[in-house]
Design a protein around this ligand. Structure first.
Ligand SMILES: [Zn+2]
Length: 121
């Protein structure tokens, strides 16, 4: 169940990013479209745990690594990660990484969870 939801989410993200490919056609070939992938939370900050024991930081990192692997197959993209391991970064550090790279797109992955009767995000 987790794997199927995960695959669907990764697929949606890849489709979204792929749809941005048209933007790269307008740029000189020497310029790459810089994408910063930010796995939310990490280290001491687990994010929102689920009742099944999954941690948001782990799911977000897994999605980011898979998405990055797919994007790196396209030579028009330069992929930068805010983290590739389970480490904590302050929000300003994440933004600084994107600004330093002069990123064209910043994607921060989070996974909401709750134990209430509410639905949606
Ligand atoms: Zn989050």
């Amino acid at each position: 169940m987790k794997t199927n939801k995960h695959r669907i989410l990764v697929l949606l993200l890849v489709v979204f990013i792929t749809s941005l490919t048209s933007i790269t056609f307008a740029q000189p070939s020497a310029d790459k479209f810089v994408v910063v992938l930010d796995a939310g939370h990490g280290g001491k900050d687990p994010g929102r745990p689920t009742k099944n024991g999954y941690k948001e930081k782990t799911i977000a990192l897994d999605i980011v690594l898979k998405l990055g692997k797919e994007l790196e197959k396209n030579p028009d993209f330069k992929v930068i990660y805010t983290r590739k391991t389970d480490k904590f970064l302050e929000l300003y550090e994440r933004a600084a990484i994107a600004n330093k790279a002069d990123a064209d797109l910043f994607i921060s992955i989070h996974c909401n969870a709750h134990h209430t009767q509410a639905y949606g995000t």
